[in-house]
Design a protein around this ligand. Sequence first.
Ligand code: C2E
Ligand code: CA
Ligand code: CA
Ligand code: CA
Length: 278
Amino acid sequence: TKQNGGKSYTVYDYHLGRKFQDNNELEEELVRAINDQVITSFYQPKLDLSTGKLVGCESLARWQRSNGKYVPPDLFIEIAEKKHRINQLSTSLFTKTFKSISDMNLPSDFITSVNVSAMVLLDDNFQSNFIEYIHQSGLALNQIEIEITETCLIKDFEKVKSTLSSLRSQGIKIAIDDFGTGFASLNYLTQLDIDTIKIDKSFVGQLDNKGKSNRVIVESIIIMSHKLGYKVVAEGVETISQLEILKELECDLVQGYLISKPVNNFFFKSFINEFDYM
Ligand code: C2E
Ligand code: CA
Ligand code: CA
Ligand code: CA
């Protein structure tokens, strides 16, 4: 009826209004947080399955709002892009990450990975700035890896390709993140100069379920990647049985809550120093 329609419209409108207002507040607070550099990096270790050693880590952005709540990074990264603040945010995260890791005096073959979104990668100044930040921290270029998602590849493939191959020729490692979930076609893999494939956690999470199709997918990704000369990292490893299956399938590195959640630099430093090698 007309009355019902009117009623539900009011409710709908009210929620829309609320949502809009919340987002505006969130956006404004984010811009301030970026300016004040309060967004930090947490670190999650990567375990080498053949040696049982921690051989690297991924830097993950963390933003704690003034109300104490953490905002998911996918969300605030997207807002930062929309607000044209992603380069500013990324610069601040790169420099914090490189400085923190450099201060930990880790072995020279320890690799630190950072996430780089398409918008940042396609910026004309990205390459020279990024290399400069690494140099300033005292780390070497071959201690850094860039994780890009497959969706990144569809924006301007030729430009992404040449940027990546130039970075790689200088020693920086390149990983394709969330492999298997994006829009990129398999033949991109043969056209790109990369080092690592990261199997998305959605496949890893299903590994120890009864159905065997995920195991076939993961096994196929590993075999194909190895044939192409790439290392394979499985992300989102939460159980011993997932880890054992991945070891059987000759996956190179694993990352996930089973080994450690992402933690702040203070905890990461003590964790990595006290880690009991398997
Ligand atoms: P991602 O790069 O695929 O990062 C892996 C996500 O899986 C992280 O979520 C991590 O905390 C989570 N994770 C790690 N181990 C496990 C596990 O065992 N189980 C489960 N269920 N999850 C696990 P997070 O930190 O919420 O980040 C989400 C996404 O936000 C990232 O996905 C990445 O795309 C983006 N992101 C995070 N930090 C940055 C950054 O500094 N720059 C950019 N451009 N993107 C970032
Ligand atoms: Ca990543
Ligand atoms: Ca991922
Ligand atoms: Ca992801």
